[in-house]
Ligand binder design. Structure first.
Ligand code: ADP
Ligand code: SF4
Length: 679
């Protein structure tokens, strides 16, 4: 198939100073959890994106000095010849596919606690380390000599960037890193020529742009990452005025809004292209090309930006993670094959945890090098054999999809009428509609596979399965939420857990409406507790969330959902109590205990919804294991369980497990390759 000509504007080349990008698809710098620790992994991942058609592919933030170290968050590095060799792996991989490679030179400032290097961070002033890690250290206020040294660091790094083969070199002027902090009058209270009026505050950024330009002149483009207020009229940092002094200096502007919760917003709170009004307003202030992100997941929204003249290139981090082949599928007219990002921020969460990113939608993300997985190619079946997949949640759907792609004869059986498992319930929670894409993309793919037969409303038991005489069986029967409070905090049931007013969250997920004064006990610490709270509140309940932890929904800090979640709870009028464990339920009240002192307390409640751990639904797998010899007599070659029925976890883990089972069927299972620096 060929491209619909209306998408042509997305495929027009564009001049960026001395280099030409082949199209408008631009993978902006994004963290990967790989950085300088895992250069082969990073190179392969970025190379796959270039293969998928992204015209520009950038690194993550790339440290230019030992005093810019955000360990435990992994960054790339461009500090010496070894770094140049490592990053060459990436530029070679990107160039091999005809794309441009960009590098984001980075000096952190007060955000860098330098836990690994033990150096002192410089910044515009002596500022306390940022709240995320909250390390009790401060930066050193820069002297004029420090400013000269800082400029020299950029010059040296820009030379190395050329040595490494980069086509675009970034100056990093936002995200509360050093150059941004000079712009900000709250931080910059200097009385020298770098402080005071906007022209002075922007001086260092201007000088660094000019320095880098002079180094890379004619050989690479200079891009500047810069942020603007989401609302132009409200600009306490004077970012628009500062912009006026440098608007024509770079070859490309990479613009974000000055609010990370908006820029990186999860789909629960921020929708596609949410910030483009502000971007469009800035576009009028420069003649230079602009790239900007907006979690654009579909080529149509991308096209709208180019057609409306809001921006010249389409910036993407998450959409390129979920669908590395988005540009290529767009140009091949395969729009229905585009796997759109769901905005869950599980990718970001794993960088926050210091490990390689992964993706709920794209199970191959991060596995391109170490497991050799490609998002579009998969080994053909090893033999003409049949596979029965039981359960059509994320794990079963992904397994059936990948097995179907390999060419096996697949039967997918699902007990419910609706395929999708947990996705069906969770995507109906407030703000979570985009999670349905996990189900819908796979159903779309399966619907086009003639070798896959799907049987909804078929709850299979061991007898029925034995009768099917399948050669391979993949059990993906999922898990269900406990209602007895057993989880991280408790390992025994709370008293009164079988009372009629104790409502299991499974019932809520299946449509029961909470009533009256509701207490939700959240010992899960991710999105479910707070989502159910918002649902109950929307149904008019008085809602109190209780958690044994010191803050609500603690894991959502990693996905950057915590702040918006708390804001939503406050705005909805939901109350919460922390550091209380659940002891029991009596009609009309929930009995609690302080986790520190053991002091008892109680809350009035008509209903209690406990959310703690889940129970793997492994009964079918156990029954089949017990009858393995019967199955083998009928030709069974393999039996495995995947996803939540093996070990309950996040949706991304279930998709990954389903994919892995399908990839490895009939193949030798191998340990993944380990990235390591050889001395
Ligand atoms: P996962 O996240 O591991 O994919 P889910 O709980 O989302 O798990 O999905 C499991 C699916 O398996 C559900 O849709 C459920 O209805 C289905 N299922 C459970 N037991 C059976 C069975 N015996 N036969 C067919 N389908 C089943
Ligand atoms: Fe999108 Fe979630 Fe994948 Fe990140 S992990 S790219 S947010 S689907």
């Amino acid at each position: 198939m060929t491209r619909d000509s209306r998408y042509d504007p997305l495929f027009e080349p564009i001049q960026l100073g001395p280099v030409t990008a082949p199209n408008r698809f631009y993978q902006v710098p994004h963290c990967s959890g790989m950085g300088y620790h895992r250069p082969q992994m990073m190179a392969a991942m970025r190379g796959v994106k270039a293969e998928g058609g992204w015209g520009v592919v950038c690194t993550e933030y790339c440290s230019i000095h030992a005093s810019s170290d955000e360990t435990p968050y992994p960054s790339a590095s461009l500090r010496d010849a070894d770094d140049v060799s490592n990053l060459r792996l990436m530029t070679d991989a990107v160039h091999a596919e005809g794309a441009l490679a960009g590098v984001e030179l980075w000096y952190g400032g007060f955000t860098s606690a330098n836990l690994y290097s033990r150096e002192v961070a410089m910044d515009v002033a002596s500022l306390a380390n940022e709240a995320k890690l909250g390390v009790p250290v401060q930066s050193q206020a820069m002297t004029l000599d420090d400013i000269q040294a800082f400029r020299q660091m950029h010059c040296d790094a820009a030379k190395r960037a050329l040595d490494a083969g980069f086509d675009i070199v970034y100056v990093y002027g936002n995200h509360y890193y050093l150059l941004h902090n000079f712009l900000n009058p709250c931080f910059n209270q200097r009385d020298d020529e770098y402080g005071g009026v906007a022209e002075n505050r922007v001086r260092l950024l201007r000088e660094v742009i000019e320095d880098v330009r002079a180094i890379v002149a004619g050989r690479a483009a200079v891009a500047v990452r810069y942020s603007i207020p989401p609302n132009f009229a409200d600009d306490p940092q004077g970012l628009i005025e500062c912009f006026g002094y440098i608007s024509e200096l770079p070859d490309l502007w990479d613009i974000t809004v000055n609010d990370y919760h908006l820029e990186m917003g999860s789909s629960r709170f921020v929708k596609e292209a949410a910030n483009q009004t502000a971007i469009a307003a800035l576009k009028a202030l420069t003649s230079k090309p602009i790239v900007s992100v907006g979690r654009f997941t579909s080529p149509d929204t991308m096209l709208n930006q180019i057609s409306a003249g809001t921006q010249d290139m389409i910036g993407a981090a998450r959409p390129s993670i979920a669908e590395p082949f988005l540009p290529r599928k767009s140009t091949e007219g395969r729009l229905e094959d585009i796997r759109e990002c769901i905005g869950c921020n599980v990718c970001y969460a794993h960088n926050s945890l210091g490990v390689p990113i992964r993706c709920t939608q794209n199970p191959t993300m991060g596995e391109e090098w170490r497991r050799g997985w490609h998002p579009e190619r998969i080994e053909a079946r090893h033999a003409d054999q049949s596979v029965l997949v039981v359960g059509a949640g994320p794990a079963g759907l992904e397994a059936a999809c990948a097995l179907g792609q390999r060419g096996y004869r697949v039967i997918l059986a699902e007990a419910e009428q609706e395929l999708g498992g947990r996705i069906n319930q969770e995507s109906r929670l407030p703000g979570m509609a985009e999670y349905a894409r996990v189900r819908d993309w796979r159903l779309g793919q399966l619907g086009r596979m003639e070798n896959v037969d799907i049987y909804p409303e078929n709850r299979l038991d061991a007898d029925a399965i034995i009768g099917l005489e399948s050669q391979h069986i993949v059990i993906a029967t999922g898990a269900s939420w406990r209602s007895d409070g057993v989880g991280r905090w408790r390992n025994t049931a709370f008293t009164g857990c079988d009372h009629a007013d104790v409502v299991g969250v499974e019932q809520i997920l299946r449509g029961r409406i909470p009533e009256g004064r509701v207490v939700i006990y959240d010992d899960d610490h991710y999105y479910l507790g707070t989502s159910v709270a918002l649902l109950a509140r929307a149904n008019g309940c008085h809602v109190t969330l209780v958690t044994p932890a010191e803050s609500l929904a603690g894991w959502s800090h990693f996905t950057d959902e915590h702040g918006p979640t708390m804001q939503a709870l406050v705005e909805a009028g939901i109350e919460w109590v922390t550091a209380r464990s659940l002891i029991g339920f009596e009609p009309g009240r929930v009995l609690l205990q302080c986790v520190f002192s053991g002091k008892p307390s109680q809350l009035e409640a008509d209903q209690l919804i406990p959310i703690s751990a889940r129970i793997a639904d492994d009964a079918l797998w156990l029954a089949l294991e017990g009858r393995r010899s019967e199955l083998e007599q009928q030709g069974l070659l393999s039996l495995q369980r995947v996803g939540d029925c093996r070990a309950p976890g996040i949706i991304a883990a279930a998709v990954y497990a389903g994919h892995k089972a399908a990839r490895e069927l009939g193949c030798q299972q191998s340990e993944f390759k380990r990235d390591r620096v050889v001395v």
